[in-house]
Design a protein around this ligand. Structure first.
Ligand SMILES: C[S@@+](CC[C@H](N)C(=O)[O-])C[C@H]1O[C@@H](n2cnc3c(N)ncnc32)[C@H](O)[C@@H]1O
Length: 250
């Protein structure tokens, strides 16, 4: 099955250009996913091809008019739901969101510009809103591409080698362990002995312990979400000296 992604944007070339490169481009050539980009300016109804207007109530900036967006969505055959608007006030985009979207037949992404969308478009044709984070971009195109790339990597065949995405950060609510490549000593810094030992059991345990330690240190919220640490995980962290306070040892 090919995942179908429709994107509505005023800058379609920005979306299709990036989507043709690297992982996304190769996955599309293999038929893992397909992209249909719509310039919703094509659905504007006046001679100036206007897609925005001044805000009711006053204030700076322009607001995207609802009609060109609604018409584009209604008149596109085969367009998939959910229709997702990229907005700073949407639900934060996470690995779980990417996983959920990767299991669908397709979805549609709506890229805003200027001050954003008329509220009525969000209340009618949009099924959900996604935010990339607590910051404001100039438009939804970069956000849409981030969503697409994170999703396509999780679709079977999306990476060519599906094992690549299995052990990555967030896969098990953990950040990923550190990686090393050659040379074994670089500017006086050595690759940990265990990684050169050939002992696969020890390597797996070391990686797991490193992932746990990094997550405890940087993202305790993820540890809490997965229900804390098991006895074996606490033991691994003690071996690393990464669990020192009595509370953490608890
Ligand atoms: C300049 S922003 C509009 C910001 C809006 N006035 C606000 O304060 O929430 C223009 C467009 O960029 C996109 N955008 C900006 N920041 C985003 C974020 N953090 N996540 C997802 N999309 C974002 C949205 O599509 C938005 O409609």
């Amino acid at each position: 099955m090919t995942l179908r992604v429709d994107v509505l944007s005023l800058f379609p070339d920005a979306v299709s250009g990036y989507a043709a490169t690297s992982v996304l481009g190769r996955a599309r050539e293999r038929g893992v996913w397909d992209l249909v980009v719509h310039d919703f300016r094509d659905a504007a109804q006046d001679v100036h091809r206007s897609v925005d207007d001044t805000p009711y109530g006053g204030g700076a900036g322009m607001v995207l008019s609802p009609e060109p967006i609604a018409r584009t969505i209604e008149e596109t055959s085969g367009l998939c739901h959910p229709v997702i608007a990229l907005t700073p006030s949407g639900r934060p985009f996470t690995h779980e969101t990417a996983q959920r979207l990767s299991e669908l037949e397709g979805f549609t992404l709506l890229c805003g510009r200027y001050e954003g969308f008329d509220q009525r478009i969000l209340e009618t044709v949009v099924d959900e809103e996604i935010s990339l984070g607590d910051f404001v971009l100039a438009g939804g195109e970069l956000a849409a591409l981030c969503v697409i790339e994170a999703v396509v990597r999780l679709v079977p065949g999306g990476l060519g080698n599906d094992a690549s995405s299995v052990e990555e950060s967030f896969g098990d609510d953990l950040l990923e362990y550190p990686h090393y490549t050659k040379p074994a000593v670089w500017r006086g810094r050595e690759v940990p002995d265990v990684l050169r030992s050939g002992n696969h059991g020890a390597i797996a345990r070391w990686r797991r312990a490193q992932a746990l330690a990094l997550t405890v240190q940087r993202r305790p919220d993820l540890i809490e979400r997965r229900g804390g640490l098991s006895g074996d995980e606490r033991e691994m962290l003690r071996e690393l000296g990464a669990l020192e306070s009595p509370a953490e040892n608890g």
